[in-house]
Design a protein around this ligand. Sequence first.
Ligand code: HEC
Length: 153
Amino acid sequence: MNTRRIALGGIALAGLVAFAASATLSGAAEYKVEDEAIKASLTGKAGDAGNGKKVFLNRKKGNCLACHVVASLKDQPFHGQVGPPLDGTASRWKEGELRLRIVNSKIVNKDTIMPAFHRAEGLHRVLKKFKGKTVLSAQEVEDVLAYVMTMKE
Ligand code: HEC
């Protein structure tokens, strides 16, 4: 009986440690804004466009179609029209400018309704379990960016 309790305690403790580690990992990456762009990869690595497409479509992650039309995704339901169509966006903007817009569009347009996908600071009244966490991880931002970079005219 006692050994079992101790064993369970060990599992709970291991769980806590794992949680603490993932909370740190999902914290906001540091980045430098210059010329209205974030020129360097948030992770130092290139993004994966295939995973980026999944994050882009995922209603609990990017949910980008809630506000944007993308012609190549016409098999997907519900394209919102609150934001501009993203077709050709990678011909209009440089990679660093698009990275900045995904990280935090409010840096270039403080009135935008586009959510900041990688900003942990400055959020008000967030639920405790989301505190210090970003909507998308640094790698997810890079993956979505790699996918958006395929949207050329
Ligand atoms: C709640 C609505 C909303 C959501 C969700 C949203 N956006 Fe936006 N987005 C906008 C609006 C509005 C603009 C227009 C620019 C502005 O408001 O500053 C915009 C602009 C953009 C632009 C610049 C487009 C151009 O060519 O000028 C890109 C790129 C972009 N969004 C990508 C994304 C991606 C990627 C996601 C998902 C991770 C996303 N957006 C989610 C509302 C949204």
